[in-house]
Design a protein around this ligand. Sequence first.
Ligand SMILES: [Zn+2]
Length: 282
Amino acid sequence: MKFNLDTAELYVPDGWSAEQALARTTHLAIAAHQDDLEIMAIEPILACFQQKDKWFTGMVVTDGRGSPRDDLYKDYTDEEMRVVRFKEQKKAAFVGEYAALILLDYPSKAIKDGSNQPPIEDIVKLLKATRPQIVYTHNLADKHDTHVGVALKVIEAIRRLPKEEQPEHLYGCEVWRDLDWMIDTDKVPFDCSPHESLQAALLGVFDSQICGGKRYDLATMGRRRANATYFASHGTDVTTGLAYGMDLTPLIADPGRDVGAYVQEFIQHFAQEVADRVSRLH
Ligand SMILES: [Zn+2]
């Protein structure tokens, strides 16, 4: 499997051939950075863990060269940081028993450039090799430019596929901004209750980012718990971990639908709900 950059890597934890490893994929997540998959797509990772008929494949689009660094990594060059981050992402793929992991190695600026085609071509290639039922990427209301850049490239790549090769669902997931603000009927809830220690292990392998002064491991587990508890104000918690998705499927079902206008609809639903409650109670 050849991607546009010679330095792109494909890792298959259990040693299957690349073609076979990719073909078994049922759930595919495409993320910007090393560790985003484990933050945003834990539900499909857990759903596929130790299953014979469900396989998770992850793609990370950027190179990790610009990562923040501190502690034992503080004097690392950009090139050394890239090596560390690739290694950490492969550790997570091994621990999580992914079908395959693809590291495309693009600089962030290549993703933030909306007209840049090679990453879209690579995503199309991966979609054709994997034919997943469900695709996960970043949500369109995320506050990180590279995350939204990835989501736009994923939407564009899926739109280029013939209808019969498109996934059944496309979801935008939480990293840099959660989706608690969405009204409940717009949220796609992902149950993240099982295997808490495995979830912690998958977040914990990204030592270089946690040592960079950010406890993504604690924050992510805390967000899942908070989502579960605050999802419904009545009754007891039915899940102990929850993540939310933004349904992006209508954007692939109708390739003419405006992406910017689509995300604004969710914001309008939120604005309307707040306005209705205040006016009802005033
Ligand atoms: Zn990220």
